[in-house]
Design a protein. Sequence first.
Length: 122
Amino acid sequence: MTEARDSGRLAAGTATDASLLPVAFDLLDAAKVITGTPATRYLALDTTAEREVGVWEHTVGVSRDIEADEVFVVLAGDATLEFIEPALAPIELRPGVVVRLEDGMSTIWTVRDTLRKVLVAP
């Protein structure tokens, strides 16, 4: 596997291991934390003017967020995603689950095992 990148782009015809993130975790802002001491990290893998592909992780804990437009696939972990606004049924997140979020959604992330996802966002 290679991490070859050229100006924010993965080199064509190469691969990267999404399970390895060379980025430190940052503790979440206290206003977002409901319980625990969750931390997140993000690595942009491929960026163009139209979209960005990246890997995001959230450690064990419960946090709230206001979402941006994205589609993601869960690679690892165990969590529940609750929708506060709009009020929708919660989604159980586990490897293989695909979710679409819209800008402005209010959510609560209850992470029981560190969650890792690959996302595509405009």
